[in-house]
Design a protein around this ligand. Structure first.
Ligand SMILES: *[C@@H]1O[C@H](CO)[C@@H](O)[C@H](O)[C@H]1NC(C)=O
Ligand SMILES: *[C@@H]1O[C@H](CO)[C@@H](O)[C@H](O)[C@H]1NC(C)=O
Ligand SMILES: *[C@@H]1O[C@H](CO)[C@@H](O)[C@H](O)[C@H]1NC(C)=O
Ligand SMILES: *[C@@H]1O[C@H](CO)[C@@H](O)[C@H](O)[C@H]1NC(C)=O
Length: 959
């Protein structure tokens, strides 16, 4: 911590030293000329000296102006004359200023030192000047989302240092330029460029064979949504570095090149909506392929390819109208990551069989409009959609009663929204929004658009959680710009781009200043920020105009932006209407809230007067539906704190102020009344400090709800991933492991009847305010009757990655299956990795890397560096050994939970901890940490992450 601050100050003071020089007179007068051209320049422009007095968005090196970063400033005007005299300029980023219009003038070539030219989402139009090819240092050229027209200038081929080329979402037309001899340049010369982003234009003509070669290092080739024709050239198969390839929505024809199969790094391949013909390509070699779109082409009629089940990383297969016939092998649905399979309108026939085990990630298998005659389900209950509408199997009499014979209801439940972090959302004033920490503030908002994705189940929270955490870390360190990040409303648009609303909440204040916005927006426009690569491909961010700058109104100068006035008037009328509509909706909601409060049966329940009559919820109590509805504010989205296959979990506040967690089963996952009763009876008998206790239930109006104590610090998974902000050092991890082990041991050995949990995993271990672990979620639990001593035969259930292979093979459930899952959990505790990440299974990874002859058993690469091991390596080694015994193949070789508890206690003693210390010591350290850190629990990490903001040193402006 101390050293982090010291480093921060050092960086800042070096910077002060560099910039404390008066601006070069030519640069000074150029900037002042630019200032008079633009409306809404930052309020401190015009005051004093640009470099010396740190005009917002201006970066200097010595006396020279080297960067202009003014994204999202509501600038209006054009790019005229004087800006091109700033001859030392390296970065020019004016993104998200819709009011910047007119052409990109040929004089741009005067900026010979320019490295980044970033004009994303402005109002520029006209031809891109040919002189753009005369910027020898250019690395990033982003002209996307403007209204540029005309051809792609061939001179771009001269930009030999270009890394990023983005011209997507314009009106560009004509053919893709390639070189001719050694004098006429073309895009084929760009052998160091990683990104060709040309989607959403009007490019036409054939894709030149010459465009691609084995010298190229492209990773993203995006030409989707154009008017390209002719075949896909075989030269594409030479670019071995490719990861995302999009040519969907063009008019491509002819056969696909055979060597496509050589592109073994490709993760996303989109070729749908073309006129491709010939045989289906053989994609056996594409072992990393994740998303495959081939729909709506004219391929030769062919049998289901034998390579389907070999695509081990596949999540998404879209092959609508591709003339497929025959049967899909059941082994295909075994692919671990599979989420979405759409094979509509083909000629598949015979019996459809998904086999006895299928991916637990499946969301939909849509086989509408084929010739399937029967459906063979040997795999037990199915929690995803299967669509066999318009197949013979659904045309038999009585068949319409089957779920798979009707189109799935569009799922109206809300998709992901970042939940609040153990707090009750505030109702905030107009324009303010309650942050995930329940603080009212004016967030900076915008839309992330992903042009490639490595998942398709938009309801799976993991990718969003990972993105939130990654964004928070990036924007919090080292500059403390952003406090929290919220994501919402994931949706696919008609171009197969994922859109996601992003809210960034300011740190330590309720609004951003201009300098903060310019830093955040330019990190996103310049792609400095990189999202988690296991889920997200290339992205574009579009910032919304920010209305709440803390540094006052823009610098007022005589408006020279006459062109913009008409548009601005129109826009402000619209804005006023929206504000009025917003206020009206807000008032209505307030009124409705008041009405519900008045009809609350507990409104006159004064806890002080009637202290005795408030229910002391010790045993399970029956709640009415109305009560629970009140406690959760009508099951409001704001109180939605989690969801799963069974339904949703809401936070509720009892009239006493006590918080509870309410698990509400959704239609379809309800049990029969008797089973529900049995479950409540079972749960109400379970009382242990390491097991979440049941407070009550509701069984009314066709609802089944369970009311649990509320555990404030979220799940172990949240803490391991960093999401909850609780740092788990080694002693804390041991304490959590011990608590969880005691909870499970209690269920096995002391509960009457004994209970097998069946779903031990890190999301089911909750942490209370003193970091005591509590085992939760008995949704799958099985009591052991006397008649079945030893084991129970059941449908195999559980969570992929934690599932005991022996149980899976034999279907015989014993306590040792929980021990296996617990072993996986222990591995998760020391590695902070999910059991299956990118197809890698943690148990196998450990077995392969482990070498007991080496220190830390040679596991340094796998262990979570946040543990800070070293001194405690002996305990860690024993912990690893214990975990590996828990995941032995055969149940009889695994320890019992009681033995696991003992061994963890021994490890704690060995590492100098007292396993029986009633949390006092560790809770004190935890509280101290939170107090000192004052709501920024990642602070301890700031040293480690000080490199996360690559250009920060150059951009820091001490306030
Ligand atoms: C690429 O594909 C072609 C055609 O399928 C094949 O002949 C060639 O050997 C492959 N090259 C490599 C390097 O794998
Ligand atoms: C597809 O290619 C692989 C090699 O990459 C080969 O082993 C296999 O036989 C091919 N399959 C077909 C159907 O051509
Ligand atoms: C259903 O699937 C099982 C296992 O996959 C197989 O043994 C059985 O023959 C299939 N039945 C029909 C009617 O296809
Ligand atoms: C975000 O994720 C990317 C890709 O996985 C990674 O390289 C980067 O370090 C992460 N950033 C932070 C701040 O954690």
């Amino acid at each position: 911590m101390g050293s982090a601050v010291w480093l921060f100050l050092l960086v800042v003071s070096i910077h002060i030293y560099i910039v404390a020089a008066e601006t070069d007179p030519d640069d000074n007068s150029s900037l002042r000329a630019v200032m008079s051209e633009w409306k809404n320049v930052p309020s401190n422009w015009g005051r004093g000296d640009p470099c010396d007095d740190k005009w917002v968005g201006i970066g200097c090196t010595g006396s020279r102006v080297t960067s202009i970063n003014l994204p999202n400033m509501k600038l209006e005007g054009g790019l005229v004359g004087d800006i091109f005299f700033l001859s030392e300029l390296k970065e020019l980023d004016l993104s998200y200023n819709k009011g910047l219009r007119g052409i990109l003038p040929p004089a741009v070539q005067n900026l010979k030192k320019l490295e980044n030219l970033i004009l994303v989402g402005c109002g520029f139009s006209g031809q891109i000047p040919d002189t753009i090819g005369s910027l020898p240092q250019l690395r990033i050229l982003s002209l996307n989302s403007n209204a540029f027209s005309g051809n792609i200038p061939p001179s771009i081929g001269n930009l030999s240092t270009l890394n990023w080329l983005d011209m997507a979402d314009n009106q560009l037309e004509g053919e893709i330029p390639v070189s001719n001899g050694s004098t006429t340049p073309g895009l084929d010369w760009l052998i160091h460029t990683k990104h060709f982003h040309f989607g959403l234009n009007k490019l036409s003509g054939p894709i030149p064979r010459k465009l691609f070669s084995s010298d190229m290092t492209l990773i993203h080739v995006l030409f989707e949504n154009n008017m390209l024709s002719g075949p896909l050239p075989t030269t594409l198969g030479l670019v071995k570095t490719l990861e995302v390839v999009r040519f969907d929505n063009n008019s491509l024809e002819g056969d696909l090149p055979l060597n496509l199969n050589n592109l073994t790094s490709v993760q996303d391949l989109y070729l749908s909506n073309n006129k491709l013909t010939g045989p289906l390509p053989n994609l056996t070699g594409m072992s990393r392929l994740n998303t495959l779109y081939l729909s709506n082409n004219s391929f030769d009629s062919s049998d289901v390819p034998s390579w389907f089940p070999t695509l081990l990383s596949l999540t998404t297969l879209m092959m609508e109208r591709t003339q497929l016939k025959g049967q899909i092998p059941a082994s295909f649905f075994n692919l671990l990551q599979l989420q979405t399979v759409v094979l509509k309108q083909n000629e598949l026939d015979g019996s459809f069989d998904i086999g006895p085990s299928f991916s637990n990630q499946l969301q939909i298998i849509n086989l509408q409009g084929n010739s399937i005659t029967s459906f063979n389900n040997t795999g037990g209950p199915i929690s995803f959609d299967i669509v066999l509408v318009d197949n013979p199997v659904c045309q038999e009499t009585g068949a319409e009663a089957n779920d798979y014979c009707s189109l799935p209801q569009p799922d109206s439940s809300s998709v992901y929204t970042t939940p609040p972090m153990n707090c009750v959302p505030n109702s905030c004033g107009t324009g303010q929004i309650s942050s995930p920490r329940c603080i009212c503030a004016y967030p900076y908002t915008g839309t992330l658009q992903f042009r490639g994705l490595y998942f398709s189940n938009l309801r799976n929270e993991t990718p969003y959680e990972s993105l939130e955490q990654n964004l928070t870390r990036f924007f919090r360190f080292p500059e403390l710009l952003v406090d929290t990040v919220s994501l919402s409303n994931p949706r696919m648009d008609q171009h197969q781009y994922l859109l996601l609303d992003l809210y960034l909440f300011p740190y330590g204040q309720d609004r951003f200043n201009r300098s903060g916005i310019s830093k955040i927006a330019s990190a996103l426009s310049s792609q400095d920020y990189k999202p988690p690569e296991q889920y997200f491909g290339p992205y574009v961010f579009t910032g919304a105009a920010y209305e709440y700058f803390s540094d006052g109104p823009a610098h007022s100068n005589k408006s020279s932006a006459g062109i913009a006035i008409g548009a601005a008037v129109g826009a402000s009328v619209l804005f006023i209407l929206l504000v009025i509509a917003g206020i009206y909706a807000y008032r209505q909601r307030k009124r409705a809230d008041r009405a519900t409060k008045e009809s609350n049966p507990f409104a006159h329940w004064d806890p002080k007067k009637s202290s005795g009559s408030i229910p002391q919820l010790k045993g399970a109590r029956c709640f009415s539906f109305e009560e629970l509805k009140k406690y959760t504010k009508n099951f409001s989205e704001a109180n939605d704190i989690g969801s799963g296959g069974y339904g949703k979990v809401y936070r509720g506040t009892l009239p006493t102020g006590e918080l509870v967690a309410i698990k509400r089963a959704q239609q379809g996952s309800m049990q029969g009344g008797l089973e529900f009763k049995t479950e409540i009876e079972l749960l109400s008998r379970v009382h242990h400090k390491n097991v979440v206790s049941l407070l009550g239930f509701c069984f009314e109006r066709g609802e089944q709800m369970l009311v649990y104590e509320y555990i404030p610090n979220g799940s172990l998974s949240d803490s391991l991933s960093g999401k909850s902000g609780i740092r788990l050092d080694w002693p804390r991890r041991l304490k959590v492991a011990l608590g969880a082990a005691k909870g499970v041991a209690y269920l096995h050995e002391l509960a009457n009847p004994p209970i097998i949990h069946r779903d031990i995993k890190s999301t089911n271990i909750l942490l209370d305010e003193r970091l005591n672990a509590k085992v939760a979620d008995f949704g799958l639990s099985k009591p052991m009757g006397d008649s079945e001593k030893g084991h129970v035969s059941t449908q195999v259930k559980g969570t992929m990655g934690y599932l005991d292979p022996e149980y899976y093979m034999t279907q015989q459930l014993t306590e040792k299956s929980d021990v296996y899952s617990f072993g996986v959990l222990m591995l998760e505790i020391i590695t902070a990795r999910r059991p299956i990440e990118r197809g890698k299974y943690i148990v196998r990874e450990m077995r392969m890397s482990m070498d007991k002859m080496k220190s830390l058993y040679n596991l340094q690469q796998i262990l979570d560096p946040a543990i800070g091991f070293g001194t405690s390596s002996k305990g860690l080694e024993r912990f690893v050994e214990l975990a590996m015994r828990c995941v032995e193949e055969s149940g009889t070789d695994r320890p019992t939970m009681g033995e696991v508890v003992k061994e963890i206690e021994n490890i704690m003693q060995m590492d100098g901890m007292n396993p029986n210390a009633e949390s006092a010591s560790s809770s004190a350290t935890y509280e101290d940490a939170t107090k000192g850190a004052d709501l920024h629990p990642y602070d301890n990490d700031s040293f480690a992450y000080s490199g996360a903001f690559p250009h920060s040193a150059a951009k820091i402006e001490p306030h």
